[in-house]
Design a protein around this ligand. Structure first.
Ligand SMILES: O=C(O)CCC(=O)C(=O)O
Ligand SMILES: [Fe+2]
Length: 226
């Protein structure tokens, strides 16, 4: 697997071929009929004015389906590249996004932008797996510094925002001009577990601190490299 660091702080990294085209097709099949998709909603239940996409939550489970296998891969990759304490349990579902021609996702922040430190249990990073890419348009951009990503099928774009004092993690999906685009978004929260899950954290519940794992030299080195 090849990864390109596109920005060091806050981190933006493109992991090439995280999923195969076959896995992407299977995931699309598991996401179901496009008619089952609704107007995009944000976690509070209100329709986001920032989005013009269709979306659906997908819930990784115990079974060995593609969604569950890919979600485990998202977390393994995110742990290695960020050094955050990320437990795969108790996290938000995967958000499947479908963009037709003309659809876009205007500039927004997934969690906090412009802060030095977020509360334990809040979102600290996001990743997008591109499963279908537009023939024209549909790139992901970070307007504050003009970073632009041209997606390819199976690429995972991972970015962090704890800390992000200058708000550089603000991002947008450019309008799809031709063709269609499909992505699977995963948001990552530090400190959530099966017992104290993301909904508990989102309601302002206090999460118990986990014992700090002692960093092995290898983990330290990985953190410095990205
Ligand atoms: O589809 C994209 O390029 C961006 C999606 C996004 O920003 C999100 O799901 O939060
Ligand atoms: Fe986003």
């Amino acid at each position: 697997m090849r990864a390109d660091v596109l920005r060091r702080t806050p981190l933006v990294v493109a992991v090439h071929s995280l999923a195969t085209p076959e896995e992407c097709a299977q995931l699309q099949g598991e996401a179901g009929d496009l008619s089952s998709l609704g107007r995009a909603h944000v976690s509070g239940g209100t329709t986001s004015r920032d989005r013009r996409t269709l979306s659906k939550n997908l819930y990784p489970g115990e079974t060995n389906d593609t969604l569950t296998r890919l979600a485990a891969r998202f977390f393994e990759t995110a742990r290695q590249l960020t050094g955050y304490e990320l437990d795969g349990e108790g996290q938000e579902p995967v958000n499947w996004l479908y963009y037709k021609s003309g659809y876009e996702y205007r500039p927004h922040c997934d969690g906090a932008c412009g802060t030095r430190s977020v509360n334990y249990g809040s979102r600290v990073a996001s990743s997008l797996l591109y499963c279908a890419v537009a023939d024209d348009g549909g790139g992901t951009v970070f307007p504050p510094d003009g970073l632009k990503i041209e997606p390819t099928v199976g690429m995972l774009l991972l970015f962090t925002y704890n800390p992000d004092p200058d708000g550089l993690s603000r991002h947008a999906a450019c309008p799809v001009l031709r063709g269609e685009k499909m992505t699977a978004t995963q948001w990552y929260r530090e400190g959530v577990t099966a017992k104290h899950d993301w909904e508990f954290a989102a309601k302002g519940g206090r999460l118990p601190r986990r014992k700090k794992q002692r960093s092995s030299p290898r983990r330290k080195r990985e953190r410095q490299e990205v």
